[in-house]
Design a protein around this ligand. Structure first.
Ligand code: FEO
Length: 384
């Protein structure tokens, strides 16, 4: 695949993977690890791929390079899904140099037992690398997603190499909705670092970009404003749309029944609603939905003097990803001493600009007239 006359895609699709980064379920859609080659007087390879795909990557490189040899391996990010084959590359191409941030070279020492400083070009914010017709300008993008991350911008073809930013879950040969899997990827992987994403975006705001080449997912071309607008919204923690996420766990079905009634009341009132059973549905999509919409309801049981484990994971995810600027309602169930709502509120209280719904729904087992009245009140409050 060509990105431009001089830039080729040499990445791979991974359909063997079950959990990306050890936690994100991609069994149905797989994952891509993107790598690119810039063919010029000096040849630059942009990042490597996951360790399991070394041979396929080398075969892709051979096809694009023909008789030429790469002069540089540009390393934008040291996470092993992109960096695993640096040592193999350096062995295969003994004349090549690694181009990366100072911190990356330290990480190479940690991963490969050698830092390649004798074959390295250290770049930082504002550094340039002339390849011939093409010149790469480097942009420091710390914490998008790790601290050593760099973007680079090819001034000639107006291509932004954006590391993990603008990536998504899913292999390139799977048809899916970009925004669904880009949103869950963003909030799962990069979402904690919104300020850093904003800073990185501001550094490239003045660049005219024709194509964005991320390390996962498709090359983005055409009207890029949609992608840039979404990234601005996501990284500034603004809700993307009006709507309610209902995230619940249920042991014997009573909490689920309450959630279904609340869902119906909210829909009847005109709200967009997305409901997730946290024990069965994709937690990453539930988290992304919580960020997508402006209101969230957490419904769960009291469990071992705390609240149910899957909800615990979800609430921890919200806290760790700096959830903010939303309204949160709660439905709790507990047969003798319900404490879930109180404890979830305590867990979320330190987050910025969270408004808790005044009406908390408490069940002590099955729904009854009293708890149905509470559901009515919560629905009305959320719809107001
Ligand atoms: Fe795709 Fe942060 O590595």
């Amino acid at each position: 695949m060509k990105v431009s006359d001089d830039i080729a895609f040499v990445g791979v699709n991974d359909h063997r993977i079950d959990l990306f980064e050890g936690q994100y379920d991609v069994r149905e859609i797989g994952m891509s690890y993107n790598s690119y080659v810039i063919l010029d007087q000096k040849v630059a390879v942009m990042d490597s791929v996951d360790a399991a795909f070394r041979d396929e990557w080398f075969a892709n490189l051979d096809q694009v390079l023909g008789d030429s040899k790469p002069d540089y391996l540009v390393v934008h990010h040291m996470e092993p899904d992109h960096s695993a084959n640096i040592a193999a590359f350096m062995d295969r191409y003994p004349e090549a140099q690694v181009v990366s941030s100072a911190q990356s070279f330290k990480m190479m020492q940690a991963y490969f037992g050698v830092d390649y400083s004798d074959r390295g070009v250290v770049v930082k914010q504002g550094s340039t690398l002339k390849l011939g017709k093409h010149t790469l300008s480097f942009v420091a993008a710390p914490q998008v997603h790790w601290p050593e991350v760099m973007f680079s911008y090819d001034e000639t073809d107006k291509v932004l190499f954006s590391a993990d930013a603008f990536g998504k879950f899913g292999a390139l040969d799977v048809e899916d909705d970009w925004v669904t899997n880009a949103r869950s990827y963003y909030f799962g992987i990069v979402g904690k670092f919104g300020k850093n994403v904003q800073m990185a975006l501001s550094k490239v705001a003045g660049c005219y970009v024709k194509a964005i080449c991320p390390l996962h997912g498709p090359v983005l071309t055409g009207d890029l404003s949609r992608y840039l607008r979404l990234y601005d919204t996501w990284s500034s923690y603004r809700p993307e749309q009006s709507g309610v996420t209902l995230a619940y766990t249920s042991v014997y079905g009573h909490t689920k029944e309450a959630v279904r009634e609340l869902e119906a009341k909210l829909r009847d009132g005109g709200a967009t609603v997305a409901t997730f059973d946290l024990a069965r549905d994709d937690m990453a999509q539930a988290l992304a939905s919580a960020f997508r919409y402006d209101r969230l309801v957490l419904a769960t049981t009291t469990y071992a003097n705390s609240y149910f484990p899957f909800m615990h994971t979800f609430v921890t995810d919200l806290v760790e990803h700096n959830y903010q600027n939303r309204t949160v309602g709660m439905v709790e169930n507990g047969s003798w001493m319900p404490v879930a709502a109180k404890q979830m509120r305590e867990a979320l209280e330190g987050l910025p600009n969270i408004a808790f719904a005044h009406n908390v729904v408490t069940l002590k087992g099955a729904l009854n007239d009293d708890s149905r009245g509470q559901l009515d009140a919560l629905a009305k409050e959320l719809l107001a």
